[in-house]
Design a binder for this molecule. Structure first.
Ligand SMILES: [Zn+2]
Length: 314
């Protein structure tokens, strides 16, 4: 698995690693789906590598174990904890990281062993207050030969006392070129990769969701085009919106939300290129928000789509 992009960030991490501290506490902050977890795993590899190379030599026993862990995570195999010295923690129910999970990793970090130990806490903002408080003391006095990496999309959602005890590492959004390159490595053809990269807003979240459901990309584009015809002064197209809303009516709520995200991204692109007035873009975002709330509440999808269209074009 290659780590693409984030060159400056990787250099900063390397500088810290080269100091060969006895223990580390990092906070990786940046958008979702840009590779923070993957780089955290490579940072773990660097820390554990017998030879102590940059991000690990890649071939010693410890590096190979981390490589297996990376494969098992990115190939979506069942067990994420295949490495005896690396633990990953995240909100198991998708909502909260609980105090028991934090207690468990604290005992893990304190276990005596010759090898270093690494804990990666994903979306650390999901720690509930109890859990965050439990972690504080360990961050203050990290056990010997340990590394703790927290990842988050926004450090303001963490307790300031947690943030202040970590070395902050900022991750910038990915460039369009990098998103395109990553998509191509995943087997997406060039044209499609380019199209998806152009609405990615520097992250793989939207492209990856679209890849799973490509028809949604088309619907999002069709809907934007209908809005765009109006914005260009080419009138409203009731027959167009009626036929799209018939199709969208049959989709799941989360698919419709994704389509609206796509519409927003297309509109954003047009607005920054000057092809759409900013006020119109803002109206679309606003109406999209209302649309999402309405369909979550169970408003009939067809009506919601048509309502969205007519509110934007009015
Ligand atoms: Zn190694």
């Amino acid at each position: 698995m290659k780590v693409l992009g984030h060159e400056e960030t990787k250099d900063t991490i390397k500088k810290f690693l080269n100091k060969k501290y006895n223990s580390y506490s990092f906070l990786f902050e940046g958008k979702d789906c840009i590779g923070k977890k993957l780089i955290a795993l490579y940072t773990a590899r660097a820390f554990l590598c017998e030879k102590g190379y940059d991000f690990g030599c890649g071939s010693c026993k410890d590096c190979r174990l981390v490589n297996n862990l990376i494969d098992s995570i990115y190939e979506k195999k069942e067990d994420e904890n295949v490495h005896p010295n690396v633990k990953l923690v995240r909100a198991e129910d998708g909502k909260n990281i609980k105090i028991d999970q934090i207690r468990e990793i604290i005992s893990f970090l304190k276990l005596k062993s010759e090898k270093g130990k690494v804990v990666i806490i994903e979306k650390a903002e999901k720690m509930n207050t109890e859990a965050a408080n439990a972690l504080l003391k360990t961050l203050e006095e990290p056990p010997d030969n340990s590394m703790i990496i927290l990842t988050t999309s926004n450090q303001n959602n963490l307790l300031p006392t947690i943030v202040s005890r970590c070395k902050k590492i900022k991750f910038k959004p990915l460039s369009k070129e990098t998103v395109k390159e990553i998509l191509e490595l995943k087997g997406v053809d060039e044209t499609k990769a380019k199209n998806f990269a152009s609405i990615s807003d520097g992250s793989l979240c939207l492209p990856m969701s679209i890849l799973e459901k490509e028809n949604l990309y088309k619907y999002g584009k069709d809907l934007t085009n209908l809005l765009f015809l109006f914005i260009q002064g080419k009138g409203v197209h009731p027959e167009g919106i009626v036929s799209i809303s018939d199709i969208l009516d049959k989709l799941e709520v989360e698919d419709l939300i994704l389509i609206m995200d796509i519409v927003e991204m297309f509109s954003y692109r047009k607005a920054i290129k000057g092809e759409m007035p900013v006020s119109k873009y803002e109206k679309i975002v606003n109406e999209s928000k209302k649309f999402k709330e309405a369909i979550k509440k169970g408003v009939k999808k067809k009506l919601a789509v048509e309502g969205f269209y007519f509110n934007v074009t009015n």
